[in-house]
Design a protein around this ligand. Structure first.
Ligand code: ASP
Length: 323
């Protein structure tokens, strides 16, 4: 019977504790083990669950090494016939990047649901238990698949999700397209759009030691920009640069000139918008020499460019995905 949900703990605020007398904003993330988080959710008392502590960190400190381990553990459990879905508890700061990486590498045919919290577990009004209950319900949802984020009653797809607010409870959004589904007040799941789909690059794309993953950095285009960062990155051996571009993917002339001057470095360049919402639409001119990252945030475009470079290095061509 395929009814087992595996919950992988990685830390974050959902596992955080605030020392007595401190507010919900001042706390230590990544303190409680995954079994303590599950014990705090009455709805999960009789659920068929398997728990694994993969890491215990504040996700602002996420590393490529942990991404590699996490992708391997998720893949390990996905191929088990008895597993219906997987939940990953994760800090909210880099949740969108991890979700995107897992979707591109695994494109799972079962649901892989990331969840976290904006308030620590010790808060009198902790949001983690309800988010975890929703995430497990989503992991059990018949027909659901792909990497999803369940936060504050909304469900987001890996390609669209972004942390949109620094501290409010409902901190996540999906930009223009809106959430993929919502939990209604009676607990029913209302789906609004299709589950995430696409081709998987395959977990082997992450096989190289994390220290040898291609260096891909983000450079913001802004008033008064110079080409200094581009020059330094090219000389330092970077393989790719994501420009967090203005508006519809426009790039400051000084940065354009520096990129042209660094042609010898054979840098792969991608343009994402630094605007909160809206995709970069390809138009003539205005930096159009470099591919657009569509609606990906600069942080997720960095993941995309890095994976493309890794897939190319492997000799495999990265399956096309609509950007
Ligand atoms: N700094 C925390 C983390 O990302 C924030 C959170 O989880 O909300 O782990």
């Amino acid at each position: 019977m395929q009814n087992l949900v595996v919950i992988l703990g990685t830390g974050g605020t959902i596992a955080g504790i605030a020392p007595e007398g401190q507010s919900d904003l001042a706390y230590q993330a990544a303190q409680l083990p995954i079994d303590a988080l599950v014990r705090a959710v009455p709805e999960l008392a009789d659920a068929t669950l398997e728990l694994e502590q993969v890491a215990q960190l504040d996700s602002k400190d996420m590393t490529h090494a942990l991404w590699q381990t996490l992708a391997q553990r998720v893949h390990h459990h996905l191929v088990r016939a008895e597993v219906q879905g997987i939940v990953v508890t994760h800090g909210t700061d880099t949740m969108e990047e991890t979700a995107y990486l897992l979707q591109r590498v695994l494109a799972p045919a079962k649901p892989v649901v990331l969840t976290g919290a904006m308030r620590p577990a010790s808060s009198r009004h902790a949001d983690g238990p309800a988010n975890l209950a929703d995430a497990v319900a989503l992991a059990r949802e018949p027909g659901a698949h792909g990497v999803l984020v369940a936060m504050a009653g909304s469900v987001h797809g890996a390609a669209d999700v972004r942390k949109a607010h620094a501290h409010k409870l409902d901190a996540f959004g999906s930009g223009d397209v809106g959430p993929l589904a919502r939990f209604e007040d009676d607990g029913a799941l209302r789906r609004l759009r299709a589950w995430p789909a696409g081709d998987a690059l395959g977990v082997a794309v992450l096989d190289a030691t994390p220290e040898s993953w291609p260096v891909v950095e983000i450079v913001t285009s802004h008033a008064g920009a110079s080409g200094a960062l581009i020059d330094a990155l090219a000389r330092g051996g970077a393989k790719g640069i994501v420009i967090a571009a203005t508006g519809n993917g426009t790039v400051h002339r000084a940065i354009e000139q520096a990129l042209e001057g660094a042609a010898w470095a054979d840098l792969a360049v991608m343009r994402a918008t630094r605007c909160c919402d809206g995709a970069v639409l390809d138009v003539e001119g205005a930096g159009a020499a470099w591919p657009s990252a569509g609606a990906l945030t600069p942080a997720k475009a960095r993941v995309e460019l890095m994976l493309r470079l890794m897939a190319r290095r492997e000799g495999a061509s990265a399956p096309a995905r609509p950007l």
